[in-house]
Design a protein around this ligand. Structure first.
Ligand SMILES: [Zn+2]
Length: 232
């Protein structure tokens, strides 16, 4: 991307607010568990394709529920950046009394993956619109089963969605990978994450705060060099 602040791009992203809010609420109403993200992955696929982004669906050798969008910048060659969001919800009964309350009794987007998916779609939409300013490639990864793992139908191993996609080559040729997670309490997420962080893979946690309409939203970014290999 070009250096410096791009007011026009930020304006464009800002204008997506209503659309993205609608997508997030739609996802919130239709939460899906683990690998059963049929509706969510179809919605993601349809939107990415409508914005002219190349889509690979059914990613994951074992469960095949991941979606990967690839955007080739037209400003020249450059690195491949991977941006990742999770799509699955939790087996929790929603008690919120909101117009977009979960329609699936006992299932809820209680961890914010509806927002993560909508946010990554917003980034994809914006970057696709500005692809003439992008050098290199951007890979948008939408992952199922972040909240747990299931035994593989192929070999019986317990597999989460991230590993299923990685074993299907989603990290190949990526120069840098970024994932984010909104949180109410960065401390609690940090404590939850520390025991499972792959320190030896030099993952880096970054904390940023975004302020929107008077609400401060802490976000955690996990940055990981692509040298990470499954099974190491
Ligand atoms: Zn989560």
């Amino acid at each position: 991307m070009g250096a410096g602040h791009d007011g026009k791009m930020m304006d464009f992203a800002g204008e997506l607010h209503e659309e993205l809010s609608g997508i997030r609420r739609d996802l919130h109403q239709h939460p899906e568990l683990l690998y059963d993200v049929f509706r969510t992955s179809k919605l993601v696929t349809d939107l990415l394709e409508s914005w002219g982004i190349e889509v690979r669906r059914n990613v994951g050798r074992h469960f095949g529920m991941g979606v990967v969008g690839t955007l080739h910048g037209t400003a020249g060659s450059g690195p491949t950046l991977l941006l990742r969001a999770d799509m699955d919800a939790l087996p929790i009964r929603e008690e919120n009394d909101v117009s977009y309350r979960s329609k699936h009794e006992g299932v809820m987007h209680a961890c914010g993956h509806d927002a993560h998916t909508a946010m990554l779609l917003g980034a994809a939409r914006t970057l696709a619109h500005y692809r003439h300013r992008v050098r290199g490639t951007i890979r948008f990864v939408f992952q199922p089963a972040e909240e747990g793992a299931l035994p593989s139908p192929l070999d019986g191993r317990l597999l989460s969605g991230g590993r299923d996609m990685i074993e299907d080559g989603v990290l190949e040729h990526a120069d840098q990978c970024y994932a984010h997670h909104g949180c109410r309490s960065c401390l609690s997420v940090r404590l939850a994450c520390i025991p499972v962080m792959p320190w030896r893979h030099q993952a880096i946690l970054e904390y940023i705060s975004m302020e929107s309409r008077g609400i401060t939203v802490p976000l955690i970014w996990l940055r990981m060099p692509s040298k990470w290999q499954p099974g190491t």
